[in-house]
Ligand binder design. Sequence first.
Ligand code: KIV
Length: 280
Amino acid sequence: MGKITVPAVRDRKVRNGSDRLVMVTAYDAPGARTATEAGVDVVLVGDSVAMVVLGYDDTLQVTIDDMAHHTAAVARAKPDALIVGDLPWLSYHITIAETVQNAARLVRAGAQSVKLEGGKKRLPMVEAIIDSEIPVMGHLGLTPQSMHVMGGFKVQAKQSEAALALVEEAKALQHAGCFALVLEGVPDQVARMVTDALDIPTIGIGAGPHCDGQVLVYHDLLGIEDRVTPKFVRRYADVKGVSVEAMAAFAADVRSGAFPSDDESYHLAAAEAEALALYG
Ligand code: KIV
């Protein structure tokens, strides 16, 4: 397939005849290799790592150090997919200098672009990152880093006024130079309005079928995370179930003595075994 670049992603507008973009999250080298072999276009090293890998209840707990660590692991697999590093909460909220340095950390870890949450109030940070030659993906709608302000993980832009405001936020991010936009947790008609209003591609999660692409979290898509199933998740495998079954079979074999077999063990050469028997 060859390496997918930011300009190639920016051009992927369905209304211009492009195929829909496929984005998945990945947090380590095996995940990135799986995405490459599956022909995925974009790998997002999402701050969802906090919840699906590190065991936190929300995404607010991860730091730029955590995100650089996981971005580097993904980058070592050299995926064909474009790597987007997710800027965690508070890494782009304080000063412009800190924001650019944090975005640069993810690029130095191997990302070709970064993602951040929020619209108009983040424009100075978006512009500063882009001025530093780092491409930015926007993220609007249900933005998990704002969970306390939103009162939880709730579908956004359900009223007409909020829907129109969301379209304006999206246009502002495009105007600032974002190359693509994640739309999370919004009604499908609202996602369609945003998608129609923009020349850059929209990538939906819980935003219906009218976006220019779709993203799912790795552990949701593969059925590794099986404790909660949001309405928008489709599970394409039961990796958790298969893994539990495999591990239980291993445990049973260890307990019964069926593992390891003779074939799965190393043996001394006959002469060495004889020499040892002399000492015995
Ligand atoms: O961190 C993440 O996984 C995300 C996606 C849900 C878009 O931001």
